[in-house]
Design a protein around this ligand. Structure first.
Ligand SMILES: Nc1ncnc2c1ncn2[C@@H]1O[C@H](COP(=O)(O)OP(=O)(O)O)[C@@H](O)[C@H]1O
Ligand SMILES: [Mg+2]
Length: 249
């Protein structure tokens, strides 16, 4: 772990939330996720620290979803000008807004009962949350989970009810797929977590929300279709959207 990451995690040790970093779960293009030992006072055994990469390391500025969100973020013209000029100040403000968005989405969705990791704390470019896994390793993403046929219908139903809960709270995930769902088949009542929320949008204001919802549901259904689950994702989305519009959700 580099010194900058250590520095970013230090406040969580000082606040007695974690005691040590156990291993790296995954390093992606915009963030690295670490498995941490939780401080006993937290009541958890382990916690996950999602550490967004700093300016030098990241490449996500050109991400389409990120770019689209950009215009929504700037209420402050000075920040906007700085960003347009490509100055570090603009990029850093922008970047912290992006981390802050994921944190806000995580908190709201957790409060309304969506199966997201329990939010613990956000400081700077780090989000600390429930760890879905053990000391031996993280739970797999759906894409890599070996879901047996007899569990497939139940999991798909759960995912659809989570999509519905999100929309009820006016959210569309915007990047839902078998890569952003963690699965623990040994947890019968609680077998999944939906993760990776910075790009989630407010369906009341985002004109692309319906298309994003359709995409989220279709991409995720493909996985279950291969397992033999029969459903009609188009009519599910059409129904859901109509109910939401009529405030019937
Ligand atoms: N709370 C968590 N518990 C366990 N593993 C996690 C958790 N959050 C993320 N991960 C792991 O880290 C990976 C990257 O996290 P994610 O939020 O999807 O970031 P990104 O895809 O933007 O890099 C996930 O695919 C998953 O394997
Ligand atoms: Mg992801």
């Amino acid at each position: 772990m580099d010194n900058e990451t250590k520095e970013a995690l230090e406040p969580f040790i000082d606040l007695a939330l974690i005691t040590e970093v156990l291993y790296t779960v995954k390093s992606g293009k915009e963030a690295t996720v670490y498995a941490c030992r939780a401080h006993p006072d937290t009541g958890a055994d382990m916690l996950a620290a999602k550490v967004y990469k700093n300016l030098k390391e990241r490449s996500f500025r050109n991400d389409a979803a990120y770019q689209e969100n950009r215009t929504l973020l700037y209420h402050n013209t000075r920040v906007k000008r700085a960003y347009q000029k490509g100055s570090d100040f603009g990029l850093d403000v922008h970047f912290l807004l992006w981390v802050g968005q994921e944190w806000e989405h995580l908190k709201t969705l957790y409060e309304v009962g969506v199966y997201v990791p329990v939010p613990v704390k956000n400081i700077g470019r780090v989000i600390l949350m429930e760890y879905f896994g053990t000391e031996e390793g993280p739970c797999p993403i759906l894409q890599h989970a070996k879901v047996p046929r007899e569990r497939a219908d139940e999991l798909w139903r759960l995912i659809k009810s989570n999509v519905e809960m999100m929309l009820q709270a006016d959210y569309v995930h915007g990047d839902l797929s078998p890569y952003n769902i963690l699965v623990d088949l040994d947890e019968p009542g609680d077998p999944l977590r939906i993760i990776d929320l910075p790009q989630a949008v407010d369906a009341r204001y985002n004109p692309n929300a319906r298309d994003m919802l359709q995409h989220d549901v279709e991409v995720t259904y493909k996985y279950f279709e291969k397992l033999g689950v029969k459903d009609n994702p188009q009519s599910f989305v059409a129904d859901l959207w109509r109910k939401w519009k009529r405030a019937e959700l």
